[in-house]
Ligand binder design. Structure first.
Ligand code: SF4
Ligand code: SF4
Length: 248
């Protein structure tokens, strides 16, 4: 049986998710045994016309990104958003909180007209995305789970419960009890509550659970000592993308 043709593409991002794949360590050879990597800019020069699975890292933030993601979508049977920038807009979407012209000016100065830019948006705002792998950087166990499911022709498992569920299952003491504030109650689980497990509060890198009550979370953050501005910044750090209207 022919191995699936797999390609990796990077858009606006730090490329940390792609590098994180190298942390697959013991699993890397097993993974490579079952696929043909046909395009991966960080590792090879080869190009391909079609892909069974295309992994996309990074958010869409320029007109060129829009054109390119449409082209990849046309060639890919399955398209997967990899990491926070691709799946929810992520850190990049903080730029959307400022007028776009002032962002261009801050970055490019007098040459700003040479560099067209758009609000930073997730891949799903432009093309159909089949699966999303969340996290900054992406979660390796989740990557393996999605990857193995696709190779076996199964639908990957999605997690919609909050980080607090995983945190409680690990019997961690809640960081609120230790005087910290944490976005676990409204953040999508799937990372095994890795940050609270090591004493670090959740910053929301996996995006919000469906129907997250941001107002209630803001009240809780403020009740535990954050100002309105601090609470707002904490909530928006990874989750500034709000709607497809930003595309236009
Ligand atoms: S530490 Fe954070 S994730 Fe864990 S239970 Fe408390 S609020 Fe939830
Ligand atoms: S605990 Fe929160 S910040 Fe840490 S990896 Fe999980 S979702 Fe991201």
């Amino acid at each position: 049986m022919a191995k699936p043709k797999v390609a990796f593409f990077d858009f606006t991002s730090c490329e940390g998710c792609q590098l994180n794949k190298l942390n697959l360590e013991n699993h890397l050879l097993d993974v490579l045994e079952h696929i043909d990597i046909v395009e991966f800019r960080e590792a090879m020069d080869d190009k391909a016309d079609e892909y069974d699975i295309a992994f996309i890292e990074g958010s869409i933030s320029t007109p060129q990104c829009v054109e390119r993601i449409h082209d990849i979508r046309r060639r890919a049977k399955t398209l997967i958003a990899l990491g926070s920038c691709a799946s929810i807009g992520g850190i990049n979407s903080m730029k959307n909180l400022q007028p776009i012209e002032s962002v261009r000016e801050a970055v490019y100065g007098k040459d700003k007209y040479l560099f067209p830019t758009l609000p930073a948006i997730p891949v799903s705002a432009i093309v159909k995305v089949d699966y999303e792998i969340y996290g900054c950087p992406m979660s390796i166990p989740e990557f393996l789970q999605v990857f193995k499911s696709l190779i076996m022709g199964k639908a990957p498992i999605k997690s919609d419960s909050p980080v607090c569920v995983e945190c409680k299952l690990k019997e961690n003491e809640c960081l609120f009890e230790r005087g910290m504030v944490c976005l676990g109650p409204i953040t999508r689980s799937g990372c095994d509550a890795i940050c609270p497990s090591f004493g670090q509060f959740c910053t929301g890198c996996r995006g919000l659970v469906p129907n997250a009550d941001k107002n209630a979370m803001t009240d809780i953050l403020m009740k535990h000592g954050l100002s309105t501005d601090e609470a707002s910044k904490r909530l928006l750090m990874f989750n500034s993308y709000v709607s497809d209207e930003m595309v236009n």
